[in-house]
Design a protein around this ligand. Structure first.
Ligand code: S3P
Length: 439
């Protein structure tokens, strides 16, 4: 699926934000564990989330689609999960697989976890090591990767754990395991990461302790708590909105309003960085959804300046570095990203993928072990390149956004992965005036 994004002179319009991927996974997982019937509206129907739904069904929950984005989940409650009769296939999803390892670990069941080429290369030791300390056992492929078989137990021991990397997936995995462990599980995060699991667990009736500690937090959960079904609405995804925002900022005539975006300080680093680069970012309160605040956000054309991205913003914009690199390429002056070595183990090695994405489009960029240094083109990105996406949806979308504002069209080798997180991306971009071609 080769797609080409041709330059356009304006990006304008109003859209409803696509649903948040992190919250969609969590709503299906917690609904599947709870006692009773959970109704979810506005679920993201991207491939990653649909795989999580299939996995919960294979483990005994009843998961049913009632209409567009409207899902019903009858949770297993006190009867618990059953061993699945087939492999659990997570496709491209690190979040689905790592969170579900925490879930499976807390039940006396065995499951085999598999995924696509990208997921099968990603490190799982970061969750397997603490789960093994709690008493789960596993057999994994070389380097603690998928495919792997995990054996859980109903008498896991709670642990206190300090994750070596700032990772919401590790924290969430351990909170889910801790829900069924004996005693209090504590995660000492040195840097705050996205807190949707904590918020949603509370929404489903669990008590979760959160104490801020400097730049980090002590997050705790007592084992043996029961979840109760709720009705919930998934808020808009700031990570998907970042692409629409960037398109407006790069455009000679940009003016975009996006409604219903989740406003959460653990996710808004990209908007803060864009504001530091000189982009006006408008926000208006619109109530809340699933324990999260909602805002309408507006974005417009901007004369961007390069910045040193503050390292304290890294966890709250961890998924936004490919699109930030596109803003940096368009800006005047240099932009430096550092302290972001986690990007090496995302859906692709995002440092090297970003470096290639910019280089093949005529932008000067230096690769660093923990980031990159971009020489801005002062509004004139040459373009004309074919970008290798490496099974990475965010590289694919970033390159297409670059094409809207480059001097020559930008092509990507494979658009298939966009459906993992933002199936409406092409339609949304077309509605705003982009010219993205391909089938
Ligand atoms: C996610 C956490 C982040 C992020 C991923 C979604 C989540 O990963 O990159 O896209 O939903 O918990 P890490 O926690 O590994 O940084």
């Amino acid at each position: 699926m080769v797609w080409t994004s041709h330059p356009v002179s304006s990006i304008t319009g109003t859209l409803r934000a696509p649903a948040d991927k992190s919250c969609s996974h969590r709503a299906l997982i917690l609904g599947g564990l709870a006692e009773g019937v959970t109704e979810i509206s506005g679920l993201l129907e991207g491939e990653d989330v649909l795989n999580t739904g299939k996995v919960m069904a294979a483990l005994g929950a009843q998961v049913e689609r009632l209409g567009e984005g409207h899902w019903q989940v009858r949770g297993v409650g006190a009867s618990g999960l059953r061993s699945p009769s087939q492999d659990l296939d997570f496709g491209n999803s690190g979040t689905g697989s790592r969170l579900m390892m925490g879930v499976v670990a807390g039940y006396p069941i065995q499951a085999r976890f598999i995924g696509d080429e990208s997921l099968s290369g990603r490190p799982m030791g970061r969750v397997l090591d603490p789960l093994a300390q709690m008493g789960a056992t596993y057999e994994a492929s070389e380097g603690k990767t998928l495919p792997l078989t995990l054996q859980g137990r109903d008498d896991l021991s709670a642990i206190t754990y300090t994750p070596p990397h700032a990772s919401a997936q590790v924290k969430s995995c351990l909170l889910l395991a801790g829900l069924n462990a004996q005693g209090e599980t504590v995660i000492e995060e040195s840097r705050i990461t996205r807190d949707h699991s904590e918020r949603m667990l509370r929404g489903f009736g669990a008590e979760v302790g959160v104490e801020k500690k400097g730049a980090g937090a002590r997050v705790s959960i007592q084992g043996g708590q029961h979840l109760h079904a709720i009705d919930t609405r998934v808020p808009g995804d700031p990570s998907s909105v970042a692409f629409l925002a960037a398109a407006a900022m790069l455009s000679p005539r940009g003016g975009v309003l996006i409604e219903g975006v989740m406003s959460n300080e653990t996710r808004d680093g990209f908007f803060r960085a864009a504001a530091l680069m000189g982009a006006p970012v408008g926000a208006e309160e619109q109530g809340d959804a699933a324990g999260e605040r909602l805002i309408d956000m507006s974005f417009e054309s901007a004369a961007l300046k390069g910045i040193n991205v503050p390292t304290e913003l890294v966890p709250s914009m961890i998924d936004e570095f490919p699109i930030l690199a596109v803003l940096a390429a368009h800006a005047s002056g240099e932009t430096l990203v550092s302290g972001a070595e986690e990007l090496r183990v995302k859906e692709s090695d995002r440092i090297s993928a970003v470096v290639n994405m910019l280089r093949v489009n005529g932008v000067e960029i230096e690769e660093r072990p923990d980031g990159f240094l971009v020489q801005g083109c002062n509004g004139a990105i040459p373009g004309g390149g074919l970008v290798e996406t490496h099974h990475d949806h965010r590289i694919a979308m970033s390159a297409l956004i670059m094409g809207t504002a480059a001097q020559q069209p930008v092509r990507i080798d494979d658009a298939a992965m966009i459906a993992t997180s933002y199936p409406d991306f092409k339609a949304h971009m077309a509605a705003l005036g982009a010219d993205i071609r391909g089938d």
